[in-house]
Each structure stands twice: as C-alpha cells, then as structure tokens.
Design a protein around this ligand. Sequence first.
Ligand SMILES: [Mg+2]
Length: 414
Amino acid sequence: MIADKFDVFLFDLDGVIYIEGSPLPGAVESLKILREMGKTIRFLTNNPCTTQKKMVERLKKIGIEAHIEEIITAGQVTAQYLERENIKTAFILGDENLKWECKQAGIEIDSIINAEAVVVGWDDSLCFGDIKKAVQLIDNGAKFIGTNIDRNFPGKKGLLPAAGAIVKAVWTASEKKPIIIGKPYPYMFRKALEDLKASSKTIMIGDNYFSDILGAHQTGISAVLISEGKANKFPSARDFRNPDAAIPNLKGLFDDDVTVRKWILPHFPWPNDGVKAGVAGVIFDKSRKVLLMRRVDNGLWGIPSGHVEPGETVEEAIVREIREETGLKVKINRLIGIYSDPISQVFSYPDGKIDHFITTCFECETVGGKLIKRGEETLDVNYFDLSHLPKNLLPMHPTWLRDAIHKEKGSYVR
Ligand SMILES: [Mg+2]
C-alpha cells in the first residue's frame, strides 16, 4: 500500500482533504493513521487568500490536526520569494491575506508610485483600473509575479475564475511572462521540501493534473491523483501530467491493491509552450567541409537553423533562415532527417518558455549570395573539416552531420 512506501506526504487541500468546507471521505481518519505511522505531512495550497494560521484553524474545524509549519500557501511563499529577491516595494493585486503576508515579509505595499514588483493573486473586488495600473508598472520595468496560474475553482453555482484568470489578463496586456510561484512551478515544492532529508521518499497527493501532478513530476516526485471516476490519460507515455496512481479518496492510501508507478524524471524539462516546427540546413563546400555558425544566443557552433514561420513550408523556411543567418542563397538537395527526440529537441529560454521542436534537416547547396561572417544572430561563420569540428558544437548536431554523410542510407527519423 502507498502509506507504507513513502515517508513524506504532500497534500493538496481543496478536492483532496475537503470540498466547500466539508472533509472528503476518509480524509480525517487517513491523516490520523499517517501521523500514527510517523509520516511527515505537508499541505500545499495554491489559494493565495488565506494564511498558515487560518488554514490550521480551518482544518481543526473539520477534525484534522495540522501544525503551522506544515502549511504552505501560495501567498506565504510569494512573500518569501519577494524577500529573497530583495524587493522592497510591490503593487499587490490580491486580497487582504496576500497583502498581510507581503507586509510580514517587510514589503512596502501602500501608496506605491513606482513599485519594483507587481504581484497578482486573487481579488474579488478587482476593477479594470487595477489591471491598467499593473500593466503600466510592468511596462515601466516592474517584475511581474503571479501567486499561481489556476484557471478556475468549483463554486456552489458552478465554476469561478481563479487567480490565473487575473494573471492572464495582465500577461496578455503587458506581453510579459510572469514568474509563477504556486504549483506546478518549482518554487512552492522547493519550499515544502527545504527542511526535509534529501533521502526522504516523497509523494504528492492531488486532484489537479496541471498543478499537483505536473508540479510533483517536475520536482522529481511521484504523484497520486484523487479522482472519483476513471483518470484521464494524456496520450504520450512521457507526459508529466499522467499520475502514477489514481485513488477515489484518501482511504486508497491504505489499499493493498493500489500500486504506484515509480516516477523517473526524464532528461528534458516539460515543454510548457508546446510543440513547434524547426528547420536546419547542412551546407558542404566543394571540399566537403561543412558550414557552421556560432550563435549569438548561446555562443555555440551549429548548422544554420530556425523556426518555420506561419504561412511557410519547411523548404521555404530553411532557405530563408540560411539567407538571413549567412547571406548565402541555397537550393535544397535532399532531406537528411526529421528530429523530435525531446532530450535534444526541448529548449528552455531565459524568460521561462520551454518549447519542444520537431526539426526537419535538409542538405542544401549554395547557388549564390555572399557569406556574411557576423550578423544579428551570428558571431562567426566558417567551413569546418568533418574530422576537426569545434568542441563547443550544439549537442545534437554531430548526429545530424553523421546522418548527412551517410547519404546512401536515405533519410532518418529520430
Ligand atoms: Mg485541488
């Protein structure tokens, strides 16, 4: 049973422990048994409209013992993040609990003209003027921080918009990606685990694929879904949102028939911005030397490459990219391969975007133009002998070059 296999239990609250103020079946007894077994318990909530103390009282009301240090709220860790980042002034788009947490962390939040940060949580009395102020501050350089990105939560009369709806409004208007503190982002998980032994066997129990399951998996933790019906299955076996087990309620933690898949963190980050089309081009000169360029963004050498723009074919895209990056006019000779392996084709960007590329690689031939050594995206361009390639070459390119040399074997899919 799950209870025997783990030492540390991280619980989401809403939909796992209680719903609308009433405990869910088995929650009270199961937590009691886990405590008797000596397990470590943490409660992680994305709700920014509460405090640790209020959560302890709320759990006590439904018969659950909890200690203040066991509660981790999105508001509390957001305030800790501001403090860590040495932020002194902030414009808070949130309720009195989030404001209280920020004040406790020494952040000035009143009469702010030029706040260093805009913090977006959940505010029932939000008006358009608040969004306008947040957007203008961000546009003037303030850091944009969201407590969480949850889209909605269940209310008595149906769905209600959660903090994510407000974060998205500011995001859309400011065109700046926020730093998100709550689940599924790592900061809240790190805070939950920071006082625990690294060797602890930890499991997350949650009811949300996009915050609890994905968040736990990004942190390298196994995750169990609470679901009355059959759990959804995301099509890819590597999908970080697929739970390692599903149980209808917390009684399932003691069910001998429930087994948990061991989550092994794949060697690529979760591509939160989806799958994109990429192109790359291998160009040989007359002496079979290959053209490589050193990129401005990472300082590494690689063959010319880029994205397919809307309205373009892959062939048009690579011809355009090569012209932009090197000044050369090329024609396509053949397809070398299509590369989609996430380990080499998932890229993280400094602004937090993570894209998975499917890259179509062609062999091209120069038919005109003039080689430009240095450009907007290029530090240097040169032809290299295949037996003397530069050391700081993009890691997937040696395979692509090998495939390009093995002409007779046709094209490759990796
Ligand atoms: Mg929940």
